[in-house]
Write a protein that binds this ligand. Structure first.
Ligand code: ADP
Ligand code: MG
Ligand code: ZN
Length: 485
């Protein structure tokens, strides 16, 4: 941002709610990047005349959880409305959404940014249905065409609208990640942006520093990756400040984002709510959520992920990087904290390293999630305690973990079975040390003539012969002793 200007950015985030079935029919919610096109379709989501929608209770429940995790005020009565517009991604000619009476309003979300913690106000959270996916084809023969896949039409979509509280690209990055974490953590969305399950629209304006009136905004549509969001906003902030610097004004309009050219382009002048001729959806009753239901959902809600994030950084002294990995799924965060509670001398960064490094590696190879693995936090804790006490070295601990991962057995038993324990027996090690020395008379002679650096080399030889299992301090003292002679 060039000095003298303030950026104001508000985001509209669309997240699919990954329920079993669609928002208003019983078609399955499929992975739209993999399923054969138009296989999860019925008269309701294909918009056949006379077909009647029925709201998905589970989707409402998921939406309620997200709204509460964002500290929103939940409406006891909300209502679906028809948002009318004509476009091939919308078979009915309207989208069922919420307008005047959204599910929830006035929440907050905190996020960790370069400048520290920021708080972003959430304006509203509402439910709607996703649209069909269009693929524009151009085979260069002058006859471009468009393919329509209705599998996505009718998938429950949650829209989270922020206030224009974001003032830099870094804050945008922090907010979008924090929001994605909430969705993943509550297990209502996979967070897999590559599959298009979260999509963004950015509202961007610029004003002179000192002015307390927001500038004229543009809305950038169809941003489907974190990269697209930040690149588009960066570009737009530059464009707008340059215009203001030159004494021009900003047009309120809707823009698209051209990823390859790295530019926004004008799509149309900004549409207003009345352009959509919203009216209450006559085929669906209002959504009632009783105060009792809200209270019980609130009570069963886990600790808010953004608060837990802060706690991990403050209480455990973890870096944002590790915290982010550990909080990507609730079962991972729980596994982490459980492991710590089983250790007599808990070492938060040691445990974070082992979970996000070794354990994630093993999970990756086996394709298992944290919920599926059979290794217990208690057993990881005792393995790491053995490591802390020097009873096993890192190499051995890694092999033990990999065996435990497959068998679910305790580290002690695994070490015993596989003969992986550390060798501290002086007699055994003495034999090995002597063996190494007598096999290398030239090196011994060189050592005695003053090449003392060779001690490290002898040490390496002993460790190699014992597959790293020799107790290093015993080996060192034996070498010291023998080389004197
Ligand atoms: P619409 O539904 O027409 O897009 P809203 O008033 O609901 O309009 O605003 C949508 C988004 O635009 C919100 O995220 C809001 O924070 C943001 N917004 C509104 N005014 C501005 C502005 N002047 N600059 C940046 N963002 C803005
Ligand atoms: Mg908008
Ligand atoms: Zn359907």
């Amino acid at each position: 941002m060039i000095p003298g200007y303030i950026a104001d950015i508000g985001l509209e985030v669309h997240a699919e709610l990954q329920t079993q079935s669609k928002m208003f029919c019983s078609c399955p919610v499929v992975d739209t990047t993999r399923a054969l096109p138009n296989t999860a379709v019925c008269p309701v989501c294909a918009g056949m005349p006379g077909a009647l929608p029925v709201a998905n209770a589970r989707a409402i429940e998921y939406a309620l959880q997200v709204a509460l995790a964002l500290d929103c005020q939940v409406a006891e009565t909300s209502q679906f409305a028809r948002k009318n517009y004509f476009y091939p991604d919308l078979p009915k000619g309207y989208q069922i959404s919420q307008f005047e009476f959204p599910l929830a309003v006035k929440g907050t979300l905190s996020a960790w940014s370069e400048e520290g913690w920021i708080n972003i106000r959430i304006r509203r959270v509402h439910l709607e249905e996703d649209t069909a996916k269009l693929t524009h084809m151009d085979q260069g023969d002058g006859k471009p065409f468009t393919l329509v896949d209705l599998n996505r039409a009718g998938i429950p979509l949650l829209e989270v609208v922020s206030e224009p509280d974001l003032h830099s690209v870094d804050q945008v990055r922090a907010y979008t990640r924090s929001l994605r974490r909430v969705l993943q953590y509550l297990a209502v969305n996979s967070g897999d942006l590559e599959k298009g399950v979260i999509r963004f629209e950015a509202n961007v304006s610029v004003r002179p520093a000192g002015s307390d009136h927001l500038g004229t905004r543009v809305e950038i549509k169809n941003l489907n990756s974190f990269r697209a969001v930040t690149d588009a906003i960066t570009h737009e902030l530059k464009r707008q400040t340059a215009l203001l610097e030159a004494g021009s004004s900003i047009d309120q309009e809707t823009l698209g984002w051209d990823e390859t050219r790295g530019m926004t382009f004008s799509q149309r002048t900004k549409e207003e709510a009345h352009d959509y001729r919203y009216f209450p959806e006559p085929d669906l009753p209002p959504v009632h959520i009783s105060p009792k239901q809200i209270t019980s959902a609130r009570n069963s809600l886990p600790e808010r992920p953004d608060r837990r994030f802060r706690r991990f950084m403050v209480d455990y002294g973890l870096e944002a990087y590790h915290t982010e990995l550990l909080l990507s799924e609730k079962p991972i965060a729980d596994f982490y904290e459980n492991t710590l509670t089983y250790m007599s001398q808990p070492d938060p960064s040691l445990v974070a390293n082992w979970i996000t490094g070794e354990l994630f590696g093993l999970m990756n190879i086996s394709g298992q999630t944290m919920k599926e693995i059979i290794i217990e936090p208690r057993d990881l804790a005792s393995l790491l305690e053995m490591l802390q006490k020097g009873e096993v070295n890192i190499t051995t601990a890694k092999s033990v973990l990999s065996l435990m991962f497959d068998t679910g057995e305790k580290p002690g038993l695994t070490i015993q079975k596989e003969g992986l324990g550390q060798i501290s027996d002086r007699q055994i090690l003495e034999n090995i040390v002597e063996g190494v020395l007598s096999a290398h008379p030239d090196e011994v002679a060189a050592y005695q003539e003053g090449k003392t650096g060779l001690r490290e080399w002898f040490f390496g030889q002993v460790m190699q012969q014992t597959r790293g299992q020799a107790n290093p301090s015993v080996v060192k003292s034996l070498l010291e002793e023998k080389l004197q002679q």
